[in-house]
Design a protein around this ligand. Structure first.
Ligand SMILES: Cc1cc2nc3c(=O)[nH]c(=O)nc-3n(C[C@H](O)[C@H](O)[C@H](O)COP(=O)(O)O)c2cc1C
Length: 433
């Protein structure tokens, strides 16, 4: 028994509170935790409803009382339409296409190739996020229009110049529509084919198979050059819409050989894939998937690789056998070669080294003997040819010069010109001092 109430001077109610204090404390603690839980739930609900009420890409999120601006990702910033026209057909098509693109609410620029300097501006397309459409006509002997002459010349040279490399235009997205007439069977649409091929060789990403406009109404795929263009234009617009949403069409295997450029390049690999419904929609619109296969086939090579700019004929067999390995090495070599212009130093840290480890490895593999860090030398392939009884080079055949006894050299590995064929070595071969 505890002491009597009077002893503590407590009233009976206070006493009962005191004896039941444990239950009262527990009750209070429970009520407090319940209140906290409810607060958390209400806050979460409020946040969710706010998130759902505004599109994710454009919303300004209220977080902890601070406004955070979330950037909208732009997949296509606009469309640039380049045309090479003589009698106005390509120009007219460019105007029609521009109107269609404008209706998508996308900025569009129509550019006459005559007023465009690829040397200054083409590389901008790598980062511009534009989609470039080329509408180019073919003229006599497969030549471009006067207005597109310089552009084509530049592109052709760049595509075969290893200094530009196979990734010069990586990131650029393009589609080509060629205008021609199949009556000129030998050169039908040659300019369109070439522009498509050269851009591809420079690493640009073809977003749509090349369109071929045929002025011969009998042979034209859609009945006329205008109909050919309309069919291509529909595909192009559909493709731009898909790209704009950040979609990347997958290959359904409809393209030739079942190969899809989008798979090979992977340059847009970060972009999310298409929704099944969207994909179906595109299939409905298109006769074939917009994956490019043209240039790869024209070049007759493995689709997985762009053609190499420098191929030693003697090593062709080996190169073919080790295509992928070579490609990796060439990229490495390209990287290392660019160091000549910059900061690479030799092992002693003195001045610029003339040969990098990667270049050394590549040249050794091609059969060159390296001299110091500056030169390379290799037995002329005609020497082997002569020894095998297969004849010598033209200098021997025509002029009796025993050039096969000479050695093919790369006089200076540090030469800034990087000519594909070195005339100094040619002089050496011909026996000149
Ligand atoms: C003189 C002349 C030569 C042509 N040569 C070719 C040719 O070699 N290959 C080809 O596919 N089309 C050739 N064509 C067809 C044109 O490419 C075709 O008419 C095209 O639509 C012209 O486009 P443009 O009006 O924009 O200049 C030639 C047309 C003309 C008038």
């Amino acid at each position: 028994m505890g002491p009597p109430l009077d002893v503590w001077g407590l009233s009976p109610s206070l006493f009962s509170w005191w004896t039941n204090r444990f239950y009262i404390y527990s009750g209070l603690a429970f009520a407090l935790s319940l209140w906290i839980c409810l607060q958390i739930i209400f806050k979460k609900q409020a946040k969710n409803s706010q998130e759902n009420s505004t599109p994710k890409a454009t919303e300004d999120l209220l977080t902890n009382g601070y406004i955070t601006l979330q950037k909208k990702q732009i997949f296509v910033s606009g469309v640039k339409i380049f045309y090479g026209s003589q009698t106005g057909t390509a120009k007219g098509f460019a105007t029609i296409l521009a109107k269609e693109v404008t209706s998508l609410d996308l900025p569009v620029t129509v550019i006459n190739l005559k007023e465009y300097d690829p040397d200054d501006h083409l590389v901008e397309e790598v980062t511009s996020k534009s989609v470039c459409a080329f509408l180019v006509a073919t003229y006599t002997d497969g030549r471009p229009t006067e207005s597109a002459e310089w552009f084509c010349k530049w592109l052709e040279e760049a595509a075969s110049d290893f200094r530009f490399g196979k990734t010069y235009l990586k990131g650029m997205r393009y589609a080509v529509f060629g205008l021609g007439n199949s009556a000129y069977s030998n050169h039908f649409n040659k300019v369109g084919k070439n522009v498509d091929k050269w851009l591809w060789m420079l690493g640009a990403h073809r977003v749509l198979t090349r369109g071929e406009g045929d002025g011969d109404v009998v042979k034209s795929k859609h009945g006329s050059i205008e109909a050919d263009f309309r069919a291509w234009e529909t595909k192009f617009i559909s493709q731009v819409q898909a790209l704009r949403k950040g979609e990347k069409k997958s290959c359904s295997g409809k393209c030739k050989k079942g190969k899809c450029e989008s798979k090979q390049q992977g340059s847009e690999g970060t972009e999310p894939g298409p929704h099944p419904q969207e994909e179906q929609r595109h299939r409905d619109v298109e006769e074939e998937e917009p994956c490019g296969s043209t240039s790869e086939e024209e070049l007759g090579g493995d689709n997985s690789e762009r053609p190499s700019s420098v191929v030693d004929v003697e090593d062709l067999g080996k190169i073919m056998n080790h295509m992928k390995k070579e490609k990796r090495e060439e990229e490495h070599l390209e990287e290392e070669t660019s160091l000549f212009r910059g900061t690479w130093k030799n092992e002693d840290g003195e001045g610029r080294a003339m040969i990098t480890p990667a270049l050394r490895e590549a040249l050794t593999k091609q059969g060159y003997q390296l001299i110091g860090s500056h030169s390379g030398v290799k037995l002329c392939r005609w020497t082997k040819s002569m020894l095998r009884g297969r004849g010598g080079c033209y200098k021997h055949t025509f002029y009796g010069i025993e050039s096969h006894r000479c050695m093919e050299t790369t006089p200076s590995l540090a030469c800034a010109n990087k000519c594909v064929f070195c005339w100094r070595s040619a002089r050496c071969q011909s026996g000149a001092p």
